[in-house]
Design a protein around this ligand. Sequence first.
Ligand code: CS2
Length: 479
Amino acid sequence: MPADPEALPRLTRSGPAPRPGIVHLGLGAFFRAHGAVYLDDALSVSGGDWGIIGISLRSPGTRDALLPQGGVYTAVARHPEGAIPRLVNSVVDVRVAPEDPEAVLAVMSDPAIRIVTLTVTEKGYCHAPSTGRLNLDHPDIRYDLGSRLPISAPGVLVRALERRWQAGLAPFTVLSCDNLPENGRIVRGVVLDLARAIDPDLADWIADEGRFPSSMVDRIVPATRPEDIAALAKATGRHDAAPVIREPFRQWVIEDDFVEDARPDLAAVGVQMVADVTPFEHMKLRMLNGTHSALAYLGYLAGHQTIADTMGDPVFRTYVQALWQDEIQPALSPPPGQDLTAYARALQARYTNPAIRHRTWQIAMDGSQKLPQRILATLAENRTAGRACPGLILAVAGWMRYVGGVDEAGQPIDVRDPLAAQFAAISGAATSPAETVAGLLALREVFNPGLAASIAPELTQVYDGLIRLGARKAIAALA
Ligand code: CS2
């Protein structure tokens, strides 16, 4: 039994903190295990004033854990053979927006800040996932339209840019690090839509001077558990209240388009700086995130707790291999120099890493925001090309069954999704599987009408089979 970690001396910063040049919105485990590690590496190799001020848009937990240790934390690499901890020094301060929104805007309008990175998850953009446009009826956006102290991510960006505009400063570069297709274009769109509703001149300035490079980010980061904190304390003899757990693999591809070319030397530490990120984003979102979601819904329904457990089940392993080979790869143009079959092989090895306990329930969250870019885009392209995709249809059916809120053992599912209330209403009103499918296909935030109409008959049949057979047998029946 590991000793009580809190009884050990606390981890602290040794040496001076870098001077800040980046603000990060949404300081969750993913960014601390990915972007902040790359930036820490870039600071070690090339220096520069690129320390990170993290902003939590909701709760104070990360700030409360990190500040007593000077912002320093451990990123633990979990290899199948064992764990390797390293310290991350790039985060220098953390602010909690709801506690003091004024201070957050002041930090973001400091001329020293040249870049604002974001990981606010798909729903944080307050857009309609099926169209990519800002949802002006979103409650947070409605609030932000009436207040100078915003609560949404687009609102924080717009009000901070407004202050810079009024002060005669250059804008900061906005670098989205979320799993959205053309994430730079999406964040630019929501910022401009909101700015235009506030002040058209501000919107014009942002459109002319602002830069919103797209980026593809990749690293599997399961949520940190209390036992991870205890194991690290045992291994190091120090208490770190905010470590992150990560797989060894990482990739970051960034469109090289920054305001005044001001950026850290990320190319020196393996970041791919390219002219067009789109083929990388499509490959990653569809090959990785698409199969992650498929495994998450169907694996959860079949009683599997993690992706590694799900991949340990031969029925699921064969299923995901067929998804890659027969349904996803044929609809992709590979990025320059990338072999998709090798990419799929590497993904399989990453998914089966037994040291990464990535819960199917964690990945299943917010499916309404994830499905369009992960699964439906591939489905639509395959249908246009006349290619069948039984496995992806089954994945959509798995999502539909999952959001019904009851698993195959009759147990309730804790469905986390901005549309959860609508899912419950649809399931409550439906008197047949066909009505459930029709009700969910009518959600315009998720499905565009053309695709919904074209998949409805096959999906209804597959959903019906999934209810009757259960996920494992429904997959086996595909073969
Ligand atoms: C996952 C991603 O939770 C999820 O939806 O699919 O967080 C995934 O692990 C990362 O995108 C990997 O880069």
